[in-house]
Design a protein around this ligand. Structure first.
Ligand code: ADP
Ligand code: MG
Length: 382
């Protein structure tokens, strides 16, 4: 247990009247590249960040599930473990309770539990606070139920929890990286085969840093734009007669576009197909140790998300332009879009200039003041 775990254990003890059985945690993440590709069975390359959701949990003798989040004061929930179901409960508790539901749904005998959550992952910033909470709760639940679940299987269960109980039609990227990330490494995941590979990201050795600019413009995945994009790519796949857009290779793009009469559908397709190729190109650069070469790929990814997938907003575009103008090798929005964060690949001697530039650009553009952090790949859930 680190200091933050111990602190949460103390809070749990004061609130519940007994010490927790343990504290489990899972990180937020940034996605280096491969945005809006996971639900097309494509490729992603995320890594975990330092911010984590922590869950202190203890077994109860009755069948109740009592959940408190320090980020949702005065909104404790008290549920019946056996009453968890699709879309039940609603609101924030759907995320942790969903993890309990998903384990019960595969037949795990989950006991009653007290759960206290504390997360340093900013909520709705595109850093995956949702998967962090679900994954940490799933680990806690499995431990209290005394079952061992393979981490990848647990990630898939967490995705189901978010899909079915929270009602968000997300892909598996966030849960996979929260569960499986390793310090110093990015996670290259093929979402179709679930083949994964940990790739060293020696940023420091190359004199580089990964700056994360939280624009403090907030999205809500529940607002429908994400579900809309998802429906559109599924429609395109049906029209093209493929299982998922992952099946269209870059060399087949022109021909596939010519079979789509709707220019909007052509743009959406172009994003997914080119973005998958950019992940493969990035992986090749990372394997070869050419981290600086990733910069232009980040730029192309951002332009594609802005122009073809249309999920960016001015605060993100301004932060990207400012970062690159101040010496970043590349930058792009990360996460689902409509607000949230930009990542920038920055030579360490340009970090201060980049931070100043994005602050100035936000002020000039009438956006909220952004929060800038420097992230290195952190450890997954434990
Ligand atoms: P993000 O990009 O942060 O994952 P989402 O919209 O996917 O954004 O998930 C945010 C939702 O997850 C919140 O609205 C809330 O319901 C839930 N959530 C995340 N962190 C917490 C927390 N610490 N306490 C309670 N609920 C949380
Ligand atoms: Mg989320």
């Amino acid at each position: 247990m680190d200091a933050a775990d111990e602190n949460l254990a103390r809070i749990f003890t004061n609130a519940v009247g007994a010490a927790p059985d343990g504290v489990w945690s899972a990180p937020g993440r940034v996605n280096l590249i491969g945005e809006h590709t996971d639900y097309s069975d494509g490729y992603v390359l995320p890594f975990a960040i330092a911010a984590r959701a922590r869950v202190a949990a203890g077994v109860r003798r009755d069948r109740r599930l009592r959940i408190r989040s320090l980020q949702r004061p005065h909104d404790d929930v008290d549920l019946e473990v056996d009453a968890l179901a699709d879309a039940t409960p609603r609101g924030w508790a759907a995320y942790p309770a969903g993890a309990v539901w998903a384990l019960r749904d595969i037949g795990v005998d989950v006991p009653g539990m007290d759960v206290v959550i504390d997360s340093s992952v900013p909520i709705g910033a595109g850093l995956s606070s949702s998967a962090a909470v679900i994954c940490a709760t799933a680990l806690a639940t499995a431990a209290l139920a005394r079952v061992e679940v393979d981490p990848l299987q647990l990630a898939l269960l967490c995705r189901r929890a978010e899909n079915v109980v929270a009602g968000v039609p997300c892909g598996v990227m966030d849960h996979a990286v929260a569960m499986l990330a390793r310090a110093g490494q990015a996670l290259f995941l093929d979402v179709r085969s679930l083949r994964l590979e940990h790739l060293w990201l020696p940023l420091q050795e190359r004199g580089l840093a990964l700056a994360v600019v939280d624009t403090n413009v907030r999205h809500s995945l529940a607002d429908g734009s994400y579900a809309d994009r998802r429906r559109t790519v599924e429609q395109i796949a049906r029209t093209l007669g493929v299982t998922a857009l992952r099946d269209i290779r870059i060399g087949e793009l022109d021909e596939a576009e010519s079979r789509l009469p709707d220019p909007l559908q052509r743009r959406r397709l172009r994003h997914v197909v080119t973005e998958n190729q950019r992940v493969l190109d990035t992986v090749a650069d990372v394997r070869a140790g050419n981290l600086a070469e990733v910069g232009p790929l980040l730029m192309q990814s951002h332009e594609s998300l802005r122009d073809d997938f249309e999920v960016s907003v001015p605060a993100l575009d301004d932060a990207v332009a400012a970062a690159v103008g101040a010496g970043a090798l590349g930058a792009r929005m990360t996460g689902a879009g409509f607000g949230g964060c930009v990542i920038a690949l920055v030579p360490v001697d340009r970090l201060e200039a980049v931070e100043r530039a994005v602050q100035d650009a936000a002020e000039a553009g009438g956006h909220p003041p952004p929060t800038v952090t420097v992230e290195a790949p952190a450890d997954g859930a434990h």
